[in-house]
Design a protein around this ligand. Structure first.
Ligand code: HSE
Length: 400
């Protein structure tokens, strides 16, 4: 019997307990031993909950109990999650987490600590919820140089973009709707400003490069400036607007960024709608691949966490290599990436052409008093220079 402790009894933590209970038999078969939850750490009490007796408030009880061999963290945030993770590994326990903030910041350090002690630190659920993407990058695509990772990495914003596109609604109305449906947090900043996607693309790029990518170095733009008018233009162009986390191999490094993009209908991410996530990965030998599914939610995310627990039980005495060194990767300059850009301006066509040369103009039903166009291909330095010459820019969205 393998005894685990779950830190945090919120959405994901309670999901982990539920998966362990409901799939007990299949887990026993797949892991080779029964998995049982011994403790649940939370600040709150849960009177009447079937697992009430397992609730503890003092992490020391878990850390000092030699019967607990795996600590599962589902609290979110960097602290105290990092201190608990480090203490668990130093106490000789394996560690699994769904926490992207923790892994983006301290992943390399925790992996190194676990390796030194022949333990495991796994984090499949930290990106893409229930979608297997960490294990494929770490274990399946080891024969490839990863050329590109482009993902819809945030379910809340993808739901919002889909609703804006289908209903023609404004950003604030869709945000309220997403909050009412429980997709967006009461404080939705991390989702709508792109910070959540930024941490996820930092983790994926770290795995692709095998080095530490600091999320603070990644250029990040959210969706807060996208309007119903932009959506009308996107439709006129046969495109959809999606928030993407992207990473491209350039020379010996990667160039990573998070921003809204207008995707054409042939793009593999164009049809990923609602709360779903998808990650497009291009390997230099594999070519294109796509990973699609539930990127958030209680049971999908808990399923990925418990799969890590099973993997750990299967490798109780062996460290599973995760190629992510602590050495920092200096990211390439995102402004050198070449894009086309959708632009809206109060200026007329003569001024547009004087600044940008030949462009493709676009009109949208009911929108007057402005000029909208798609530029030719240019890097961001060239775009900035042309935009400055134009003077008035009401909107700019990258086009893929
Ligand atoms: N807030 C995140 C999302 C949760 O909407 O995708 C999963 O990481």
């Amino acid at each position: 019997m393998v005894k685990i402790a779950v830190l945090g009894y919120g959405t994901i933590g309670s999901g982990v307990v539920e998966v362990v209970e409901r799939n007990r038999d299949v887990l026993t078969k797949k892991a080779g031993e029964e998995i049982s939850v011994k403790y649940i750490l939370d600040l709150r009490d849960f009177p009447g909950d079937p697992h009430e007796q397992k609730i503890v408030h003092d992490y020391g009880i878990i850390k000092n109990d030699p019967e607990v061999s795996i600590v599962v963290e589902a609290m979110g945030g960097v602290e105290p999650a990092f201190t608990f993770a480090r203490d668990a590994i130093l106490a000789g326990k394996h560690f699994a987490t769904s926490n992207k903030a923790l892994i983006a910041k301290h992943g390399a350090e925790l992996i190194a600590l676990a390796k030194e002690r022949n333990l495991n630190c796994l984090f499949e659920a930290s990106v893409g919820g229930g979608i297997p993407i960490i294990r494929p990058l770490n274990s399946c695509l080891t024969a490839d140089v990863i050329e590109e990772i482009s993902g819809i990495l945030n379910g809340t914003t993808n739901y919002m973009m889909t609703e804006m596109s289908e209903m023609g609604s404004e950003f604030d109305d869709v945000l309220k709707d997403a909050q009412q449906k429980g997709y967006a947090e009461a404080d939705p900043t991390a989702d709508i400003e792109g910070y959540d996607a930024c941490r996820k693309i930092a983790i994926l790029t770290s795995l692709a490069a095998g080095k530490q990518v600091d999320f603070e170095d990644i250029y990040t733009e959210g969706i807060t400036r996208i309007t119903a008018t932009d959506i009308k233009y996107a439709k006129a162009l046969g495109r959809r607007i999606k928030l993407l986390g992207c990473s491209y191999r350039t020379g010996d490094s990667y160039c990573a960024m998070v921003a809204p993009y207008m995707l054409e209908d042939s793009h593999p991410l164009y049809n990923v709608n609602g709360v779903f996530n998808a990650i497009f990965v291009k390997g230099n030998m594999l070519g294109d691949s796509m990973f699609y599914g539930s990127g958030a939610g209680k049971l999908p995310t808990a399923s990925a966490v418990v799969a890590d627990v099973v993997d750990i039980v299967r490798h109780k005495d062996k460290h599973i290599t995760v190629q992510w060194d602590q050495e920092k990767l200096e990211l390439a300059d995102h402004k050198k990436l070449v894009n086309r850009y959708f632009v809206r301006t109060a200026a007329g066509q003569a001024a547009v052409e004087a600044a940008f040369g030949a462009v493709e103009y676009v009109t949208a039903e009911g929108v007057t008093g402005e000029t909208a166009f798609v530029t030719g291909e240019m890097d961001e330095y060239a775009y900035d220079a042309a935009a400055e010459k134009l003077g008035s820019v009401l909107q700019r969205i990258r086009v893929k």
